[in-house]
Design a protein around this ligand. Structure first.
Ligand code: ADP
Ligand code: ZN
Ligand code: ZN
Length: 723
């Protein structure tokens, strides 16, 4: 039999099936093949009797990790997003399966040997502190995989311990459950009428459902009940959450309710854990996949429902290769399996709500928060006024008083900074010079704890400066405030306050999100200061005050979604206050208190906001009434970038003359002109939906035809950021 195989190499030239001789194995099988004189794995996507090529090499069957349903999804995604076969296939399988080795093979598990004499150990390892450290680690834990231990301490150290007989090895092990300690208490609740209606609608009906309800209105309870019914019918479920930081919470609830039927799929796990969880789903031992966007590719069959919580969240859009929109992929997958798609949010995406009002989606609303839970009161503080009264601090008088009051009652506070820059950039006070990255056209961020400047775009580090390189001035100041500065100022105002920071700087380690959140939840600090990361779903019963320090900084980004993003943020942040029996309070500081975002935000009036905003979008012809498409050309040589951009632009200009589907077409340098050493140009367009569908294949073709010699060229649909 001739097998058509996609090999595990991602380049444009190899993006097609190659013929191999092999047994009649199912489509989606993994095989071992030789490709340009090296061994690699491949996936069977087609079979035929004869090949046009003589003397085919042999493909050896390994296993069948991909289902026919997933292969169909692959094709649909390839067409929609112009992706390579292998890039999509890789989404469906854990990294372990990209090696030829049996993934179960050599998964030796080590534990500290029992009954070791501490004195003997001490003496023996006197000169081997690393071995001592590794052994201590094993003794204080339940053991570890050999591979993980080796990664961490080095092969020499681990082998040393094995030779001395200080460790015990076992080849078989129980499947490890990630974040095992996490499990909430299962609560039996009687669903409210609205909740019951939602559960019935989703489980009896068909298509896409939009569950709209403020934080604390009981959406999660609806999700769990829908899943329960699906399981009863012998079906499986996918539960997507926006970010890794949010997974523990939902995981805890789900474990309490569904036990081992839940499997976690996310990138924070190590390769072994990921494989184990994947395998449990594949074998049917687990039937609910929980995780961020990659969980949409879960190896489940017979899916009854795919749920996307916080469906408006931008983390559902993958912005690097392979680029895809999880919501769209979920829609394709649900349609293919006959599953329901349930989108949930307190602040649905403009487009989702539009579809719901048009009846394309079924709208389900949870109108109120669950009885005991009240929405916190929101106060808007005009910072211009504060400044006029001589308050130069970043805290308004109202916020300062409120913090003071909360602390004196022994309650907790969350302070939120609406910005992705986590600390501050460096600026010369005399001449206005700003420190920038050599390779990227972005300002550097100062990290006080390490006393270095970092580029958040490419990661490059620079020494901190004492003088301005332009004018020699010594008055170099941090240009903006960040979480570090907030924490500092808090310490000045409230000397004994215990402050925790949550931002990219403090969460570089994979478990630090969880550590910080847990510490705060356990009362280890009085105030949590953070960026976007703390805006979502975390549940802290003792938090009664939330301060939003710069509510409007997102408003000034030149992005048509600024208002929408700001509304989403303040609604979400507000949801953090007063979840338990205590009444919550939100203080929102802004320089534009009369902006309609705040007017609607204050009264939690999503519909009012949506109506105003959708009207603006309609008049200005922005999404969802058009599609924004950007072709980004990045090249080592500026001239190269210019020529490719020009060629693409001209071809599109030609089309613009023939149709009236273009609302906008323009070519220019990208706002961030240089990134990672490449010069960037872009063609930006807004298209009416009908033209968009027709034109996309042509745009993809243009990007392939006009690739710079050294660099890249690709198209993005509704990109989340336009830098
Ligand atoms: P959301 O997901 O919309 O933020 P949750 O589902 O987390 O809301 O519900 C908020 C709180 O209300 C949770 O503690 C949950 O256990 C509780 N809750 C939800 N539904 C009910 C109900 N019908 N009766 C009593 N408590 C409920
Ligand atoms: Zn200067
Ligand atoms: Zn850089």
């Amino acid at each position: 039999m001739v097998l058509e195989v996609i090999v595990d190499i991602s380049t444009a030239e190899i993006d097609r099936p190659f013929d191999y001789e092999g047994d009649d194995v199912p489509l989606g099988s993994r095989v071992s093949v030789e490709f340009s004189r090296r061994r690699t794995i491949g996936f069977v996507i087609g079979k035929k009797e004869k090949s046009d090529f003589p003397g085919l090499k042999k493909a050896t069957y390994l296993d069948t990790p991909v289902t026919p349903e997933q292969l169909k999804l692959m094709d649909a995604m390839r067409e929609r997003y112009n992706l390579r076969h292998i890039d999509v296939l890789r989404l469906f399988i854990p990294a372990k399966l990209r090696e030829e080795r049996d993934p179960e093979f050599k998964r030796i598990y080590l534990t500290a040997a029992k009954g070791l004499d501490p004195v003997a150990v001490e003496t023996a390892l006197k000169r081997a502190p690393k071995q001592k450290e590794a052994l201590d680690f094993l003794s204080s834990s339940e053991g570890e995989y050999l591979s993980v231990l080796t990664e961490r301490f080095g092969a020499g150290v681990v082998n040393g311990l094995r030779e001395r007989g200080f460790v015990e090895e076992s080849a078989v092990h129980e499947t490890r459950v990630p974040l095992k300690t996490l499990s909430g208490a299962a609560k039996a609740v009687t669903l409210t009428e609205d909740q019951q209606h939602a559960v019935d609608a989703v489980t009896e009906g068909k298509g896409v459902f939009l569950l709209h309800g403020v934080t604390g209105s009981g959406k999660t309870e609806v999700y769990m009940n829908v899943i329960e019914r699906m399981l009863e019918r012998g079906k499986t479920a996918v539960m997507l959450v926006p970010e890794i930081a949010l997974t523990p919470q939902i995981l805890g609830l789900f474990r309490a309710r569904f036990g081992d039927l839940v499997a976690l799929m996310h990138s924070g796990l190590n390769a072994g854990e990921r494989y184990d969880e994947w395998k449990r789903l594949k074998d049917g031992r687990a039937r609910i996949a929980v995780g961020p966007r990659s969980a949409v590719f879960a190896p489940l069959e017979n899916i009854g429902v795919i749920i996307i919580d916080e469906e408006h969240d931008s983390s559902y859009v993958s912005e690097s290769n392979p680029r895809y929109d999880t919501k769209e992929v979920a829609k394709m997958r649900a349609a293919e399996c006959g599953a329901a798609l349930l989108l949930g949010s307190a602040t649905p995406d403009m487009e989702s709500y539009l579809k719901a009002t048009e009846g394309v989606y079924t709208l389900l609303s949870l109108k109120k928060r669950i009885a005991a839970y009240q929405l916190p009161e929101m106060e808007i503080v005009d910072m211009v006024q504060e400044f006029r009264y001589g308050n130069r601090s970043m805290f308004s008088a109202a916020l300062k008083d409120a913090i003071d009051a909360a602390l004196s009652r022994g309650e907790q506070v969350i302070l939120f900074l609406n910005r992705r820059g986590f600390s501050s950039f460096l600026m010369c006070k005399s001449c206005g010079w700003v420190a920038k990255c050599e390779d990227c056209d972005v300002s550097l961020t100062y990290h006080k704890s390490e006393n270095v400047l970092k580029c958040h775009c490419c990661g490059k580090r620079y020494h901190m400066l004492s003088k301005c390189p332009e004018c020699g001035g010594e008055d170099i100041k941090q240009g903006r405030t960040g979480t570090e500065k907030v924490a500092e100022e808090l310490k000045n105002l409230f000397p004994n306050v215990r402050v925790l920071r949550m931002d990219n700087d403090t969460t570089s380690r994979k478990d630090s999100y969880f550590r910080i959140l847990r510490e705060f939840a356990l009362g280890g600090a009085d105030i949590l200061v953070g960026t976007q990361m703390i805006a979502k779903g975390h549940d802290f019963p003792n938090v009664t005050l939330v301060g939003i320090l710069e509510a409007d900084s997102a408003l000034y980004f030149s992005d048509y979604r600024s208002s929408e993003r700001t509304f989403q943020l303040i609604t979400q942040v507000a949801g953090r206050a007063g979840r338990a029996d205590k009444k919550g309070r939100v203080i929102l500081q802004t320089y534009s208190p009369r902006h309609y975002v705040f007017r609607f935000g204050k009264s939690y009036d999503y519909e009012g906001f949506w109506r105003k905003e959708i009207n603006t979008r309609m008049v200005t012809k922005f999404p969802p009434f058009t599609k924004v498409v950007r072709v980004l050309v990045a090249a080592e040589e500026e001239q190269d970038a210019v020529e490719c951009t020009r060629a693409i632009y001209r071809a599109l200009k030609e089309r613009e003359r023939e149709t009236d589907g273009f609302v906008y077409l323009g070519a220019a340098r990208s706002p961030v002109t240089r990134m990672k050493g490449l010069t960037r140009y872009q063609v930006l367009m807004r298209l009416r939906p009908e033209l968009f569908e027709r034109l996309m294949p042509e745009i993809y073709r243009l990007t392939a035809e006009h690739k710079p010699q050294k660099g890249s060229c690709f198209a993005e649909i509704d990109p989340q950021s336009l830098i």
